[in-house]
Design a protein around this ligand. Structure first.
Ligand code: MG
Length: 234
C-alpha cells in the first residue's frame, strides 16, 4: 500500500543538466586560448578531477567550479591568467543563479499526485543551491518534507523512510536518474517511476537498474506520472 511519493528535483521538477553543459562548453572555449582543447581531451580530464573531488566537495555547482579551476591550472601548466580564473568562477555563479525553469506539465502532475499521497522531495547536491531553487520554484508547499542529502543510495533512502516512519512497500520515488532515483529504491523493496530526461550527467551514465521489476514504471513526460503512480499503487 503506497502512502508516500517522493520526487527528485534536478531534471525531474526543473531543468538542470543543460545549465551545467553550457558552463562546460564556455569553459572549453576559454581554455582554447591556452591549449588545443580537442587534443587535451578537456572533457575527460575535467570529469576525472570532478570524480576525485566529489568526496571532498560533494555534488553541485560549487564543487564543479572548484574542479574547473583545478583542472584549468593543471591543463594549462599554471599559465591560465587570474582574469580567466575569475571567468571560470563566474561560469559557476551563472549556474548557481540561473532562474528555475520548471519542466512542462510538472506542476499539474505534482498537484494530481498530491490528491492521494503524501509528497516528499529528495534531492542531492549543494544544500544552499538546492534550498534556493526549491524556494524559487514555488513548489515547496506541496511537499510534506524536503530532504537534501549528500548521496542517494540504499542507506540514505532507508534513513529517510525510518525518519518518516514508513516501510519500503509504502514508498515510491519519481526521478530521472537510474543510479540515484531508481536502482537503490527498487533494491530497498520500494517502487519507482522513471522519467528519463534528454540529458544525463556523465557521472551518472552507465548505471542500470532492474528494468523487469513489477515495482517500476517508465514514462516519457511529466503528464504521465500520476497514471504511473496510481497503477503501481494498485
Ligand atoms: Mg535528477
Amino acid at each position: 500500500m503506497i502512502t508516500h511519493v517522493a520526487f527528485d528535483a534536478d531534471d525531474t521538477l526543473w531543468h538542470s543538466e543543460g545549465h551545467y553543459r553550457e558552463a562546460q562548453a564556455a569553459y572549453e572555449r576559454l581554455l582554447g586560448a591556452y591549449i588545443d582543447v580537442a587534443d587535451a581531451n578537456v572533457h575527460a580530464r575535467l570529469l576525472e578531477v570532478e570524480r576525485r573531488n566529489i568526496k571532498r566537495f560533494g555534488y553541485g555547482a560549487k564543487g564543479m567550479t572548484l574542479s574547473m579551476v583545478e583542472a584549468a591550472i593543471a591543463m594549462t601548466e599554471a599559465r591560465i591568467s587570474a582574469t580567466d580564473i575569475q571567468r571560470i568562477v563566474d561560469l559557476g555563479v551563472a549556474v548557481l543563479e540561473h532562474p528555475v525553469e520548471l519542466l512542462p506539465g510538472i506542476v499539474e502532475a505534482v498537484a494530481e499526485v498530491a490528491k492521494d499521497f503524501t509528497l516528499l522531495l529528495i534531492t542531492k547536491g549543494d544544500l544552499f543551491h538546492q534550498e534556493a531553487k526549491i524556494a524559487r520554484s514555488g513548489l515547496s508547499n506541496w511537499f510534506h518534507r524536503i530532504e537534501i542529502v549528500s548521496e542517494k543510495d540504499v542507506p540514505t533512502y532507508r534513513r529517510v523512510l525510518d525518519e518518516v516512519g514508513i516501510r519500503p512497500e509504502q514508498f515510491l520515488m519519481v526521478g530521472n536518474s537510474p543510479g540515484s532515483d531508481i536502482a537503490p529504491v527498487l533494491e530497498l523493496g520500494a517502487s519507482a517511476v522513471y522519467v528519463p530526461y534528454h540529458l544525463l550527467w556523465a557521472m551518472e551514465q552507465g548505471q542500470g537498474f532492474d528494468s523487469a521489476s513489477p515495482r517500476l514504471r517508465q514514462v516519457s513526460q511529466s503528464s504521465e506520472i500520476p497514471t504511473a503512480v496510481r497503477s503501481l499503487a494498485g
